[in-house]
Design a protein around this ligand. Structure first.
Ligand code: ADP
Ligand code: MG
Ligand code: MG
Length: 249
């Protein structure tokens, strides 16, 4: 599904990613962990096509296409979704309007007709229930005045409605208390399927107690310096990141 080879990325002429390699197959859940400032969010932004991130070397292929050539909106329609570390507020645009417009944009790209209004309402209410949100959130402006945890939950609501093929979650656990994290994890787990892949970025191991990854990678010094199974996250929790950073350096 996703193949990243020798990826080098600069931000403001500063090298942030320096030869990152990562392969993700359909249905796999990969967790990327690493110290603050390691470049985890940079990776998520490069994959979704945010401006200001310059790829100086390497390649990213997604479902056989050169991802780096595609505009951000095409990447989204091709099924790449990012739950932001810092969700943006969009005053004047209701949550339900955004969800419907986004879903229809994806459907149109795939040659499908616009979603029926009643079908859409049923779908979105189903997902709201799944994430144990109040229906009132649908009619409020996107993220405006939402608490940190409500914003994170709203990001997962978007994923649940849009049904991406590659779902990137950037520190979705931060700002969530334990109950909210369980609900979000249940929501994510319900989206797991043999076709859908996840890239979960997290600083802490906690979320991985609830969403069991197939692979765990450590990002440090601009590269994946260590990969393993779910047990690697526990080791990191116990020993921190410094032992890996020292060895990588
Ligand atoms: P992480 O998500 O792992 O904490 P980031 O990818 O956010 O790390 O940041 C990696 C490095 O790149 C940091 O040193 C950060 O300050 C820098 N960086 C990221 N985005 C920008 C930007 N837009 N402008 C300047 N520096 C940036
Ligand atoms: Mg950070
Ligand atoms: Mg980050």
């Amino acid at each position: 599904m996703l193949s990243i080879e020798n990826l080098h990325v600069n931000v403001d002429d500063k090298a942030i990613l320096k030869g990152l390699n990562l392969q993700i197959n359909p249905g796999e859940v990969h967790a990327i962990m690493g110290p603050n400032g390691a470049g985890k969010s940079t990776l998520s932004h490069v994959l979704t096509g945010k401006s200001g991130y310059t790829v100086t070397e390497g390649s990213v292929s997604y479902q056989g296409k050169n991802l780096l050539e595609l505009d951000p909106e095409i990447r989204a329609r091709e099924g790449i979704f990012l739950a932001f570390q810092y969700p943006v507020e969009i005053p004047g645009v209701s949550n339900i309007y955004l969800l419907k417009a986004a879903l229809n944009s994806i459907r149109k790209y795939r040659g499908l007709s616009e979603v029926d209004a009643m079908d859409f309402l049923a779908l979105v209410k189903d997902k709201v229930e799944l994430l144990q949100m109040d229906e009132k959130f649908l009619y409020r402006a996107v993220n405006e005045g939402f608490s940190g945890g409500e914003k994170k939950r709203n990001e997962i609501l978007q994923a649940a409605v849009l049904e991406p093929r590659l779902c990137i979650l950037d520190e979705t656990d931060s700002g969530l208390d334990i109950d909210a994290m369980k609900i979000v994890a249940d929501g994510v787990n319900s989206l797991r399927s043999a076709e859908r892949s996840f890239l979960m970025i997290t600083h802490y191991q906690r979320l991985l107690d609830y969403i069991k990854p197939d692979f765990v990678h450590v990002l440090a010094h601009g590269q994946i310096v260590k990969s393993g199974g779910a047990e690697l996250a526990l080791e990191l929790e116990e020993k921190g990141y410094s032992w890996i950073e020292e060895r990588a350096a």
